[in-house]
Design a protein around this ligand. Structure first.
Ligand code: FMN
Length: 164
C-alpha cells in the first residue's frame, strides 16, 4: 500500500509499526536517587567494540530530563510474562516501581529482576533525534535468560513469541 505522507499523517506511524520489535523498560535514577523508568521499543544494538547500544527517548516524556542528567542507565528486555510491567511503565497513573522487583549492580540504576535480558550502561553519547533524544550507552554488564520467550510489539499491539 502506497500513501502520501502529506495527506495521510497516519501512514508513517502505520508503516513503522510493520517493524516488529521487542519491548524494554529503560531505567535510571533521578537527582534524589529515586527510580525513573519508561517503556521503550526503540532499543537497538549499535557496536560490539566498543560495546554500545541506543534507545530513543521522547523530548515530551517526563523521564527524559532525568536520563539527560544521569550518567548511567539500564535497558531491561521484557519476556512474555512481563506485559503488565510494559503497560505500567507506559502509563502516567500509579507508582511504576511500587510492585516491580528491582536490584542494583555496579552503578545503582534499577535492574528489573527476572527479565529476559538486562544491560547496565554508562552514558556514552547523546544525539539530537528530532522530537527524540538518541541516548547511546556503553554496556558495563549484561544478564540474560536463555529459555524465556520474548514480549514483542507489532502493528500497535503486544504480541507473544513462544519458543519454549
Ligand atoms: C510498546 C511501547 C513502546 C514505546 N517506546 C517508546 C520509546 O522508544 N521512546 C519513548 O520515549 N517512549 C516510548 N513509549 C512511550 C512511553 O512509554 C510513554 O509515553 C510513557 O508514559 C512515558 O513516561 P514518562 O512521561 O513518565 O517518561 C512507548 C510506549 C509503548 C507502549
Amino acid at each position: 500500500m502506497s500513501k502520501d505522507l502529506e495527506t495521510d499523517s497516519r501512514a508513517l506511524r502505520d508503516a513503522l509499526g510493520c517493524f516488529g520489535t521487542g519491548v524494554t523498560v529503560v531505567t535510571t535514577l533521578d537527582a534524589q536517587g529515586d527510580p525513573v523508568g519508561l517503556t521503550a521499543n526503540s532499543f537497538t544494538s549499535v557496536s560490539l567494540d566498543p560495546e554500545l547500544l541506543l534507545v530513543c527517548l521522547s523530548r515530551a516524556s517526563r523521564s527524559t530530563p532525568h536520563f539527560l542528567e544521569a550518567d548511567s542507565f539500564a535497558v531491561n528486555v521484557l519476556h512474555v510474562g512481563q506485559k503488565d510491567i510494559a503497560q505500567r511503565f507506559a502509563t502516567r497513573e500509579g507508582d511504576r516501581f511500587e510492585n516491580t522487583a528491582c536490584e542494583s549492580w555496579s552503578t545503582g540504576v534499577p535492574i528489573l529482576t527476572d527479565s529476559l535480558a538486562n544491560f547496565e550502561c554508562r552514558k556514552y553519547a547523546e544525539h539530537d533525534g528530532g522530537d527524540h533524544i538518541i541516548l547511546v550507552g556503553h554496556v558495563l554488564g549484561v544478564r540474560y535468560e536463555a529459555e524465556y520467550d520474548p514480549l514483542l510489539y507489532f502493528r500497535g499491539g503486544y504480541r507473544e513469541l513462544h519458543l519454549y
